[in-house]
Ligand binder design. Structure first.
Ligand code: ATP
Length: 320
């Protein structure tokens, strides 16, 4: 490849900017021309493409969101939309593209690779729901935000002897709930991957309060149900327990990325460029046990991320 482009797509996540910076700077370092596409696949179709230089990505490594903006673009799901996107790249001689996004964005990248554009996917989503990588870009920051929020809730909860339910993001993947739950000492972690029994949970809460526990935290991934529903079910079973619900929502997607996300984004962005130079295409980049890896996008999008049961059991053992 001689000319490459980068875009961000789907939901934004912290560290996307650090990844864009890495793609641009690594591309320039390796002697390539580098372009940026604004607003994901929508910008590809609308030909919103500009050339980048070293300075275009200055002062962004620490910023949340994405300077390239992102979009969900229905038109790109059609073969005509994809062809338009590919044509807009080809007329500039751009033959490589790095797509930073989630599952859907990966599928778009795969379609483009079949139209002759060499593509690499970078896992940019807070949910950590992409397989063949231990972590996605943004996940570490999202977990830190949840842990920080729970720290604050704990202060007021122990003063008032209360129980709290914290609803976090994660439609299909309970990793934010799992990692934040373990890191903040939540008593109960509810995730889509593991069935649970509300009778048992309510009984345990009652017993623990009688035995002198001053606060209890239930963390629930949005893919399970609303936090409010869990609160109602528990107070229906136990008159004495009235859990307060906190929904963290989009706060989890904002703010400066942690150093872990910046380093992950920088490593993966540079790696994607090097893989394009080596002629790879239609691959998703990841990091597994510290090793940078690539996997066929086809395989990535058709595999469900393995839930870490060991970590889940550990959280359970320590939350007595
Ligand atoms: P998140 O995990 O944050 O939802 P995502 O990348 O999965 O991120 P989507 O909205 O699913 O978000 O996908 C982003 C964009 O990718 C879509 O708006 C669409 O333009 C494109 N896309 C999704 N699925 C396909 C597909 N099957 N073929 C081509 N393009 C697709």
């Amino acid at each position: 490849v001689k000319k490459i482009a980068v875009l961000t797509s789907g939901g934004d996540s912290q560290g996307m900017n650090a990844a864009v910076r890495a793609v641009v700077r690594s591309g320039l370092y390796h002697g390539l021309e580098v372009y940026a596409v604004q607003r994901g696949y929508a910008g590809l179709i609308n030909d919103d493409i500009r050339q980048m230089d070293l300075r275009s990505v200055g002062d962004i490594i620490q910023r949340g969101g994405t300077i390239l903006q992102t979009a969900r673009c229905k038109e790109f799901i059609t073969p005509e939309g994809q062809q338009m996107g590919a044509d807009n790249l080809m007329k500039r001689g751009i033959d490589g593209l790095v797509v930073i996004g989630g599952d859907g964005s990966y599928q778009g990248a795969n379609k483009l690779s079949k139209l002759g554009i060499k593509t690499m996917g970078l896992p940019g989503t807070i949910d950590n729901d992409i397989p063949f990588t231990d972590y996605t870009i943004g996940f570490d920051t999202a977990v830190s935000i949840v842990v920080d929020a729970i720290n604050k809730l704990r202060d007021t909860m122990s003063s008032h002897e209360r129980s709290s339910i914290v609803e976090v993001m994660g439609r299909y993947c309970g990793d934010i709930a799992l990692y934040a739950g373990l890191a903040s000492g939540a008593e109960t972690i509810l995730v889509p991957e593991v069935p649970f029994d509300l009778d048992e949970i309510s009984d345990r809460m009652e017993t623990n309060f009688k035995l002198g526990k001053r606060h209890s935290i239930i963390i629930v991934a949005e893919g399970v149900c609303k936090g409010e529903d869990i609160a109602n079910e528990i107070s229906r079973r136990k008159d004495s327990i009235e859990p307060r619900v906190t929904v963290l929502g989009h706060i989890q997607r904002g703010g400066a990325p942690t150093h872990n996300d910046r380093i992950l984004a920088s490593s993966l962005g540079d790696f994607a460029v090097r893989m394009l130079i080596e002629g790879e295409s239609g691959k998703g980049c990841g990091i597994i046990k510290g090793e940078l890896t690539i996997t066929d996008i086809e395989k990535v999008v058709n595999t469900k991320k393995q839930f870490n049961m060991e970590l889940y059991e550990l959280a359970k053992r320590l939350s007595q």
